[in-house]
Design a protein around this ligand. Structure first.
Ligand code: PEP
Length: 262
C-alpha cells in the first residue's frame, strides 16, 4: 500500500538526561544527521525530554533551526491552579511543544492512570492545540488471556471518547511486555494490532482521520529492526525509548529509509 503519511520517529527520553545532557544530545544528533538531509526531510522527528529540559531544548531548536519537533511526556488534566507538581497544556504550548505523550504504560502503572484519566488528558491536550500521542498496549497477561488487539483497541476507544471527527492525533501501539525488554513484537503482530487501531480511529473520528493518522509501533525498537516495522502498511513510525538516548543509534533509526531501501 502506498501511504502519504509522513513517517514519525519519536524519542521518549523518559526520566533521563538533565538539561545540559539534553542539549548535547540534540546537537550531536543533528550533527550526525547533517549528511542525510534528503532522507531527514522526509521523516518527522520529535523528541520528548523531561519537563525540566523543555526550555533548553526549545531554545536550541528555535535558535539553530534544528528541525525536530518538541513534545512533552505528560500533561495535567487541569487548566491551571492548585495542582502542585502538575504541568498544564497551556504551559507546554507556550514552550512550543507540538505533541504530548498520553497514557504511556509507565504512567498507567506508576501513577494509576485509568482510561478515563487518559481520555481527560487527550481533551486537555486538544484544548491547547497539542497533538496527543496516545499510547495503548497489552501486558503479557492480557496477551495470554485476550490476544494482542483486545486491550489496545478498548483503550483507544475510550481515549477517543468525545474527540471530534477529523482531529489530528498520533497513536502509539506499545505492547507493555516489549518496552525496555529487548524483546520487540514481530512486525506481523504489530501490523495486525495497528490495523485494528486504525479501524477504531475510523469508527470514532472518521475515515479521513484514519487515513491521515500516524500509528506508531513502540517497544524495543532498534536500528536493526526498524526497517521491518516500517515495511508494514499500518505502521507509520516508531516511539523509541532506550534507543533514542544514544546518538548513533537514534540517528540510524531516523535514517530507516536507508535500511528499507525507499
Ligand atoms: C517507550 O517507553 O515508549 C519505549 C518504547 O521504550 P523502549 O524503546 O526502550 O522499549
Amino acid at each position: 500500500m502506498v501511504t502519504t503519511r509522513t513517517p514519525l520517529i519519536a524519542g521518549n527520553w523518559k526520566m533521563n538526561l538533565d538539561h545540559l545532557q539534553a542539549v548535547a544530545l540534540v546537537q550531536k544528533l543533528f550533527w550526525a544527521l547533517r549528511d542525510a538531509q534528503h532522507e531527514f526531510e522526509s521523516v518527522d522527528v520529535t523528541v520528548f525530554p523531561p519537563f525540566t529540559d523543555l526550555r533548553s531544548v526549545q531554545t536550541l531548536v528555535d535558535a539553530d533551526k534544528i528541525p525536530f519537533g518538541l513534545g512533552a511526556q505528560d500533561l495535567s488534566v487541569h487548566a491551571s491552579g492548585a495542582h502542585t507538581g502538575d504541568v498544564s497544556g497551556a504551559m507546554l504550548a507556550k514552550l512550543a511543544c507540538s505533541q504530548v505523550i498520553i497514557g504511556h504504560s509507565e504512567r498507567r502503572q506508576d501513577h494509576g492512570e485509568t482510561d478515563a484519566v487518559v481520555a481527560a488528558k487527550v481533551q486537555a491536550a486538544l484544548a491547547n492545540g497539542l497533538v496527543p500521542v496516545i499510547c495503548v498496549g497489552e501486558t503479557s497477561e492480557d496477551l495470554e488471556k485476550f490476544g494482542a488487539s483486545a486491550v489496545p483497541v478498548a483503550q483507544l476507544e475510550q481515549a477517543l471518547e468525545g474527540v471530534a471527527a477529523g482531529t489530528e492525533i498520533v497513536v502509539a501501539y506499545e505492547p507493555v511486555w516489549a518496552i525496555g525488554s529487548g524483546q520487540a513484537a514481530t512486525p506481523e503482530q504489530a501490523q495486525q494490532v495497528c490495523a485494528a487501531l486504525r479501524a477504531v480511529i475510523a469508527e470514532k473520528i472518521g475515515d479521513d482521520a484514519a487515513a491521515a493518522t500516524r500509528v506508531l509501533y513502540g517497544g524495543s525498537v532498534k536500528s536493526t529492526n526498524i526497517a521491518a516495522f516500517m515495511r508494514e502498511p499500518d505502521i507509520d513510525g516508531a516511539l523509541v525509548g532506550g534507543g533514542s538516548l544514544k546518538v548513533d543509534e537514534f540517528a540510524s533509526i531516523i535514517r530507516f529509509q536507508k535500511h528499507v531501501g525507499v
